[in-house]
Write a protein that binds this ligand. Sequence first.
Ligand code: PBG
Length: 344
Amino acid sequence: MINDNQRTTSLIVRPRRLRLSANIRRMVRETTLTPDDFIYPLFVRDGMDTVKPIASMPGQSQRTVDHLAEAVREVAALGIPAVILFGIPAHKDACGTQNYNPEGVIPRAIRAIKDAAPELVVISDMCCCEYTDHGHCGIINTPESAHYRADLPHGYLLNDATLEILARASVVHARAGADIIAPSGMVDGMVGAIRSALDGEGYTQTAIMSYAAKYASAFYGPFRDAAESPPGFGDRAQYQMQPANAREAYKEIALDVAEGADMLMVKPAMPYLDILRGLRDRYDLPTAAYQVSGEYAMMHAAAQNGWIDLKAAALESLTGIKRAGADMILTYFAKDAARWLLDE
Ligand code: PBG
């Protein structure tokens, strides 16, 4: 038996000394959030004079281009450096051709944002799922398709045909003024195809933020309402990564680095903090994490039930994501968190 006196003398190291007061805790704090860390996602829909709340994502809305100026001025005033755009076009088709319409919803949105808040960095999410009538992230193999391949299964996402759409749309978004193109479809070779298309048209300064390790996640549920892009059949397991794999993430990341990605992203964030840490330790490129719609919606739902404190939980989650290695966090909490941090 150890008596209290012996215990006292044998305990030389007492970590609690550094937790005694708020100021001591401030001194030893290792990770600090700032609005610089955040990227705010915006959903832009075709049409006029509409701000349509997204039921599954409290506080978030789809808005038409004429309502963007007010939204982005608010983001910029909060000290948030960047937004990422998702488009909801009025017309969808099998190949997602509205994605490369120069008068489509995203090119018009980019120009409106650059008018209203010229310093704000504009990131364009580059995927076909919001633009295809079947909701998949590219061209699907069907006998009716001009790209039909009899040797590949029906329903297969045709990789190389999709690259052409992504490359073409990236140039259109860059021409409209996008600073960064963020391919999110997990299509093989997407970074290389977009880089060479941009360079070929003289957009050598347009950066690429690759959704390098994007998992086929259940946590995207609310987003598919928000972007009105649920897959009409099947799921995305054929192109997004399976949640069980880590080594495969580093293979995907290595390919994107080799193809010329300027920034790398892991998505979702909280269930994949190990991948984020592994990426941070292995590569020197700036690293982003996407705290996705399901992560956001869960915290709101729990807070509405009185089960968690929203502000504390949101800031803890964002701090954890930064501690795990994120230089940037795409989060629907960006504006709230910036306000909470400015208040402190
Ligand atoms: C696809 C895309 C998705 C998200 C961002 N880009 C959805 C998907 O892959 O199904 C999800 C974002 C979120 O859940 O917040 N272009």
